[in-house]
Design a binder for this molecule. Sequence first.
Ligand code: NOJ
Length: 529
Amino acid sequence: MSDRLWWKHGVVYQIYPRSFMDSNGDGVGDLAGIRGRLDHLAWLGIDAIWLSPIFPSPMKDFGYDVADYCDVDPVFGDLAQFDALVADAHARGIRVMLDWVPNHTSDLHPWFRESRASRKSAKRDWYVWRDPLIDGSPPNNWAAMFGGAAWELDTETRQYYLRSFLKEQPDLNWRNPEVERAMHGVMRFWLDRGVDGFRIDVIHRIAKDPELRDNPASESPGPGWGGQLHIYDENHADIHGFLKRIRGVLDEYDERAAVGEIGLRPDQVATYYGKGDELHLAFNFALLQNGWDAHAFGRELALFDRAVPPEGWPDLVLSNHDVPRHATRYDDPALGDARARALALLLLTARGTPFLYYGEELGMRNGEIPPERRQDPLAWTLHPKVSRDPERTPMHWSAERGAGFSSGEPWLPLAADWTTRNVEAQRADRGSILWLYRDLLALRRRTPALERGTWRELPTPDGMLAWERRLADSRAWVALNFAGEERSPQLASAAIRDGLRTTAGAELPADASLLVLGPCEAAVLIVDA
Ligand code: NOJ
């Protein structure tokens, strides 16, 4: 179909480059590794990959501290390898999105080095500098998300710089037109190289209150991030103007798209679509916070479906590099992979662009990280419990040494079940969760209602969730059983033409009204319109 838009009708797969495939045995994944594994992604049937940052970086926040926006960190490869990856991905019909980090750079970025050098530096105003208060304290009460105050004193020039995350991640000053111009230049650098779009890091933070007013206290006041309401340090109205101009840059090219990371409530997130003139997609993170509860999932799906403006399009996210994997969040060992399978079906049949996180197609769980192998700085700046290492462990390709990920010592330990839960083993097992993902992706692709249809919740007994997707004469019914015992979703009568259920080898009945789901089982039925 010629009007099939990859970012809207397709499926995006997030790669955390350090952990996907290591081609040179240094224990860290790289671009050549990804390139060598593109056939897995083509076989799976995804439309696009999003690479978490690959740019030169001191890796204080594993690439979200960028020291040069227009190059590749040597640990991942070089620009030639990047070009080769894009060419090979495109040859397989796979689009490539990069992770653009506009809110902050590394403190080692030449822009910041120059800015920091003197109060009179030509780039001083490229970052947010302020004098200390009379008593020497920071200019306001803002807290950094990754611990401590949002202000760091530069002892040489005796001013504070703003840093919303780590102290090694100074915030850029987007209100300076030179910064905006330079960042548009960065986008064009990659778009000219054939990149299909960007995932944009914390876009809701690129403009703050120009008066730097104190945030009010939250319901649980305290010095940290959670102790205040983030009224003045994020979600400033001026961001929408910046976004319209970012969109303008993307629209200079064919079919390029941006998805924004916005850590706000879904109704606020939805405003970042503008009137179809800002973001193409804004991440809906509501499902990352849900308990295992049919009602909560239904409520969040309905909320975002309604909140996104008519010019926009929703999206669906269950896992990423910042939160525990969903197979772990919802794990019930007695049920094996049943819940992960049901959620695969949810992700690929609700309305919106699904974002898969590498390894979720295997049902990968979080890894165990012994204290001496901790990598994520949050383990020190906040608390070991909030470390993101467990969801970043290497991909399991095979039962070979290093899980086929690396011939060396992987940068993070492998998750416990890698010898059995890996691509090679699951490809050999037609009933595996990997095959379920592939079958769901194929069903989605051949069913217009699933790719583009409307979404409407259907009534069900308690503990179940069901919806209809519809586009002209294409109609799909989806039912999920969140309960621990067998139940019927009590769907109406309709002949089932196509579809699948999440239990390996289980058949669908001839008519929708006869469907009975096992514990934590789900099904998608293609029925007559
Ligand atoms: C959000 C990213 O997803 C996260 O990994 C990173 O640490 C922060 N933004 C800061 O860039």
